[in-house]
Design a binder for this molecule. Sequence first.
Ligand SMILES: *Cc1c(COP(=O)(O)O)cnc(C)c1O
Length: 379
Amino acid sequence: MKIPLLDLKAHHTPIEKELLAAIGEVLRSQAFILGPTVKNLEERIASYSHTAHAIGVSSGTDALLVSLMALDIGPGDEVITTAYSFFATAGVISRLGAKPVFVDIDPTSYNIDPDKIEPAITAKTKAIIAVHLYGQIADMSAIQAVADRHSLKVVEDAAQAIGAENQEGKRAGELGDLGCFSFFPSKNLGALGDGGMVVTNDAALAEKVRMLRVHGGKPKYYHSIVGGNFRLDAIQAAVVNVKLNYLDGWTAARQENAKRYTELFIKSGLVEKMGVKLPKPIYKDSGTAHFHIYNQYVIRVPNRDKLRAYLKENEIGHDVYYPIPFHLQECFQDLGYKKGDFPESERAANETIALPIYPELTAEMQEEVVSRIAQFLIA
Ligand SMILES: *Cc1c(COP(=O)(O)O)cnc(C)c1O
């Protein structure tokens, strides 16, 4: 059985009529740039993430970029972040002329290890970007405590974590100074193209992001600051508005799938006999429905690269998020890091594999995924 890593056709087909109607409405209104559709989504995302303000932007990457711009990050500044994330997290720091400073991850959650942040702080450090990788909130209380001690700003890269909650029921995006979401199609809440959102409880930062997204003009054509075109398209906002109605159901389906994988992996003997490591939600005991929203289901396996080849041969979708930690990327070589600097990030890059977890995945497909892995690793 061929099993894709993600099946966007299965995801969109049941809501195709609704999506087309929403797109048609924008077409007939001719309000393509910002306007009521974008505003409506902003209000709903603010409410969904328990924040006072939300600003629709052109992508998750631009949400991060514009957040750092709103914090006046630039040449001479250092921004601390994880060594292990999607490229955008570190790329935006460099693009503003600031210096990314990397910190290793916690091997269980794959999120930044808060204990390693303080030693990385210098007089130039201005901010921390915390990433909620795979859909689980980083240890924000520990991160915020460090930030408070050194008067640093905290930006949440919540691209993979919309709706995720910590042990206190606080949601991704409401914990830092600014929170960033992505509507890239493979995220839990995806557009039919690019889009993103910045959320914040700080009215002044919200106002600044709003200005920056339209070249810094306020009023139009009067520029006290330099921004860019970072607007969210009304058509994409209309699509995301429809899909937001389904998000909690999709999250529940992802969580059900994760639970089923855990049962199947334990039953298969892979955990006990082969030392396969399953995702461990750190907020499990909180009782919140959203402790981990499983944008990705990532396991650690022995013999990872040979397993990948076997799965590919057998048409089982999978990927590695991410094969090269930031400090080993060619473009960051001038930062002076070397192999061995962040051993947990390097280990994660070598040992982990992401399996299909999308809401439409069936129990039968999951059984096939686990039995293929067992066939390779045990037989
Ligand atoms: C997807 C992603 C981004 C970037 O979002 P885009 O909308 O693709 O620009 C940033 N950070 C992380 C962790 C992501 O997963």
